[in-house]
Design a protein around this ligand. Structure first.
Ligand code: UDP
Length: 481
């Protein structure tokens, strides 16, 4: 009886609140904008109006999202600040420079003379923790979207312990040692990044974790069957509701990098190249991409090229302009030995940016050599494509360890980027029995990902819980004031 009344109350509130506005604020980097826009689309299909606040820096094209309202704020970064290689310094700057314009924009949206519908809550990226204080000041609930995995987040949350026990800062002599408190991580898997001021790393990480703890809920682009133990631990350690409701890109498929409207143009030539191999050599192509930020040295670039050439497998390689750390006059492929691709007789294809989700779903693709950004890792799992892991920094390292040692759906290049090692790893994955077992395991995870989104599945239910949570949260906030 009581349940019935609760249900009726919730349904009544749902009815009343439909059409309420949610304000979303992504961290302006490709791997964060994409999932935030996917989340926006999911919530829009559940009846909410959507407003996106975005920096002018890296802004998506609003015309690709005519059903959302966009407000752009000046982040006041100089040209050199905006183009820095120091990712962490950029994130720290965004957290200070955006504060005032973000506050002013959100205050306007919340004011009684705003022409838009009343705002129910703010959803902002975990790496923009300053938004917690702004939301509190405006008496608006804040829900956090963490665009990475739950398992790596727990490692970030353990930074104080890792400092206390002497794991951080990392000492080169201890890289191969286990982190006994967080199995199966080794010291080299800890999610750090090079930065001009190492103190910034701890400020950003601690800020993200504290901001998440103080929020009204945490949304995850993951699914229970993938990260159940970590989600359970999070539930115990974080006194707020958590919503594992991914993989987002399988709920709202059209929000790829191109539809976010960022500058990178997807090169469709790779799909017709893959088509040619679909019947003669299914699952034979190694797709190689290190995401939108990671950079490699010239020496590594050449080892990768030769490793791929010597592997005898067909490959599709995304060489993003900017992939090389020190470009010494080389803009794109100038470093390759002359005639490199021609000599491979069509076995290799190189593009500047690929339609990645389409590539991974293509029947010719048999492996993904990845930096293990969370989006790439999830996209690979969702298409059942085994991985070769080459993490560069932060959570990529934890993701890679989970791929190779926990889910056992890929192999890590453990001994550096060297052509012989690359060739050997490709053979293990593409030719040997070990590779077959890895493929079976990732196909099984793919099935679980799909099931989680079906009616009654864990992510499906979690989305419904989030919608109810937002509505109840709002009604609570209204009554409380
Ligand atoms: N991506 C793409 N084309 C490419 C390379 C990457 O569309 O050639 C997309 C990919 O599908 C993923 C995102 O860019 O959604 C990269 O996000 P991820 O978290 O993997 O890495 P990040 O770029 O944040 O390091």
């Amino acid at each position: 009886m009581e349940n019935q009344t609760n249900k009726q109350t919730i349904e009544m509130i749902m009815h009343q609140r439909r059409g309420r506005r949610l304000v979303l604020f992504p961290l302006p980097l490709q791997g964060h904008i994409n999932p935030m826009l996917q989340l926006a689309n999911i919530l829009h299909t559940h009846g909410f109006s959507i407003t996106i606040i975005h920096t002018n820096f890296n802004s998506p094209n609003p015309s690709n999202h005519p059903h959302f309202t966009f407000h752009f704020i000046p982040e006041n970064l100089s040209e050199s600040e905006a183009s820095t290689d120091d990712l962490l310094a950029l994130v720290a700057l965004l957290n200070t420079r955006c504060e005032e314009p973000f506050h002013d924009c959100l205050a306007k949206l919340c004011s009684s003379d705003s022409e838009e519908e009343p705002v129910a809550c703010l959803i902002s990226d975990a790496i923009l923790p300053f938004t917690q204080a702004v939301a509190e000041k405006l008496k608006l609930p804040r829900i956090v979207l963490r665009t990475g995995g739950a398992s790596s987040f727990l490692v970030f949350a353990a930074f104080p312990l890792l400092r206390e026990r002497g794991y951080l800062p990392i000492q080169d002599s201890k890289l191969e040692e286990p982190v006994v408190e967080i199995p199966p991580l080794k010291v080299k898997d800890l999610p750090v990044i090079n930065t001009s001021d190492p103190q910034t790393l701890h400020q950003v990480v601690d800020g993200m974790v504290d901001g998440a703890k103080a929020s009204s809920g945490l949304i995850w682009n993951t699914f229970e069957d993938l990260e159940q133990p970590s989600l359970d631990t999070l539930g115990q350690k974080f006194p707020i509701p958590i919503f594992p409701m991914g993989p987002f890109h399988k709920i709202f498929t059209a929000s790829s990098s191109s539809s976010s409207g960022l500058l990178k143009q997807e090169d469709q030539s790779c799909i017709s190249w893959l088509d040619k191999l679909a019947t003669t050599a299914p699952k034979s192509v190694i797709y190689v991409s290190f995401g939108s930020i990671a950079a490699i040295s010239e020496a590594e670039f050449l080892e990768i090229a030769w490793g791929l050439a010597n592997s005898n497998q067909p490959f599709l390689w995304v060489v993003r302009p900017g992939l090389l750390t020190r470009r010494g006059g080389s803009d794109w492929l100038e470093l390759l030995p002359s005639g490199f691709l021609e000599k491979l007789g069509g076995r290799g294809h190189i593009v500047k940016w690929a339609p990645q989700q389409e590539v991974l779903a293509h029947p010719s693709v048999g492996a993904f050599w990845t930096h293990n950004g969370w989006n790439s890792t999830l996209e690979s799992i969702c298409e059942g494509v085994p991985m070769i892991c080459m993490p560069c920094f932060t959570d990529q390292r934890v993701n890679a360890r989970y791929v190779s040692d926990v889910w056992r759906v890929g192999l890590q290049l453990e001994n550096g980027i060297e052509r012989g090692e690359i060739e050997k790893t490709i053979r293990r994955l593409m030719v040997e029995r070990e590779g077959k077992e890895i493929r079976e395991r990732i196909l099984c995870l793919k099935e679980k990902a799909i099931l989680s989104l079906k009616e009654g599945g864990s992510s499906y239910e979690s989305i419904n819980s989030l919608v109810t949570h937002i509505l109840l949260l709002e009604s609570f906030t209204f009554h409380a004031h």
